[in-house]
Design a binder for this molecule. Sequence first.
Ligand code: FES
Ligand code: FES
Length: 167
Amino acid sequence: MDTEISLVVDGTPHAVVVDTRTTLLDALRERLGVTSPKKGCDHGQCGTCTVLLDGRRHLTCLSLAVAQDGAEVVTAAGLADGGLHPVQQSMLEHDGYQCGYCTPGQVCSMVGMLDEAAQGHPSHVTDDLTADVELDDAEVRERMSGNLCRCGAYPGILAAARQAARG
Ligand code: FES
Ligand code: FES
């Protein structure tokens, strides 16, 4: 069954007719031509399809487009607004990518991760739930563990996160 939904993607409003079985990832890539989110596993395991959905990081391969009618989506491409986003700049400076396939998901996830930590959200490895979150390497690794990199660019990604966390 087809249905029309609306999405705001990187600030641009779209109306698009999708089959109700279409994932948000396929709606973005195949229907709207938004190719910044990548399809890696298509099963919620690699994180390459991560975007910010209404400000929170979100795996687009795991949600149906119809469930996100009216949502505001920001992709890694959309984070560059008149210049690189600080997280993009950090990734560049610390060589946090090789082939770059995982990079849009890593960037969106890192932006979301920093925001979640700033809001005081704990992770699995947070010891003191009453203190401000300190983004040490263990916290960053845990919070970014949903984003896989087949090139193994993790040292650069971690260094980028350290710099971005410092602001
Ligand atoms: S493509 Fe969505 S998590 Fe891998
Ligand atoms: S840079 Fe190639 S998959 Fe991460």
